[in-house]
Design a protein around this ligand. Sequence first.
Ligand code: BG6
Length: 496
Amino acid sequence: MKDEPGRDLSAIMVIFGGTGDLTHRKLMPALYNLVYDRLLPERFAVVSVGRKEKTSEQYREEVFKSLNERSRNKINPEHWNRLKERIYYVQFDFTDQSGYDRLKTFLEELEEKHGTGGNRIFYLAIAPEYFELVVQGLHDHDLSASDGWTRLVIEKPFGRDLMTARKLNDKLREVFDEGSIYRIDHYLGKEMIQNIMVLRFCNTVFESLWSNKFIDNIQISLNEKNGVGSRGGYYEHSGAMRDMVQNHILQILSLVAMEPPVNLKTESIRTEKLKVIQAIEDFTPGHLKNNVVFGQYGRGVIDGVPVVSYREEDRVPADSTTETFVALKLHINNFRWAGTPFYIRTGKRMGKTSAEIVIQFKSLPEILYFNEGYKQVPNLLVIRIQPNVGVFFQFNTRDFSTRNDIIPAKMDTSYINPALGNTPEAYERLIYDILRGDATLFSRWDEIEASWLFADKIIAYRAEKKIDFPNYEAGSMGPKRSFELLAKDGRQWWEV
Ligand code: BG6
């Protein structure tokens, strides 16, 4: 995180949803760690807005508790006091118009006190049904216009299909210009996701082979051992398609497949990412029939502990048809990728938690050594996003312990060392970028629009289809058909 000298980072960050899960689990720990790393400016304050009645002092105590549970750096009095004296709590219901006026007066007082020059960040960490209401409130009560800059940060889901996303976007654009809207996809804040472009565009050996000429297939897997936990109510209306594919997976896909941008400016990068999503083959129901697999978890065992099925989770109907797993084969129809399949997969209650991109290179002709009975293993490059962070590479080499055998060598630079792994959490990076006004790691509207165009077709197909759920056991690696999806192409999901 380098900063350009002279950039004014002073601001007040107003968090709508200040008592919510996201604020306690991610946003406050991120702010604390920014203080810890001396990246938060002196002129900074946080105002948390929530419905519950409480004083700022009580709120700070709650934050302190969350930090102790969640922060990657230890909580010490020096850094905590610096943050604490900048945290405030304001109570009001988003439907209560007088609340916005009170907030405005309060912000003006704080701007005076903290010298933040009218720079304001409005962070919507609330349920999506309130997005438009709050933005309207900000506009009607003149909160979105100040002497400084104002930025709007919006969490996913950005709409639930193309139509609702457009409607939401139109509403936001009545109040904020495109450049001031920061649409969060927290995967973009992860270290290894940011590293994809560096790996590709800073290494001759990777970039020169990065195409359909040398790559057999690419696999993107985001697996989680977790079930839906207490989020059954939300998940029931979302499913894996809206929860993971439309956003995180498509963002990763576009970084893996994009052309080198003409420079590293935000808009140049976003433009190349968009082109990837636009080039994804057009799906018809007939085509999807053989290329998509949906799943829902049944009961099973995770880490030795029996777990319930999705349909038994809190706030999930006993006959739910929501998918908790998706596997999909797709093609990107451009010169670089035509003919190379991309397999994507995401699921809850899987046998392991891991986010990885596997690049499988084409095999060599089966002559010379491979004609002599030695088994050829393909070259695999694995970009490990989490929990391991780093790169794995597999290649063939001679086994020195025998006379002449060929064996796969596995080079792995990835680690889960608690000390080394103490990398900035995605939200630290994202909040810091919002302060700096750098929107590179946020989605532009046309990317979201193209993602929904893609996802809507699959969701519509899913809605029409009758599937016998549950169809995979918790703790497994998904439905049998997901393995068949690759097996029928003579391929397999790699777990390396
Ligand atoms: C969120 C989804 O966007 O990403 C969750 O709503 C999912 O369902 C989470 O668990 C995964 O994020 P991470 O950072 O834990 O991999």
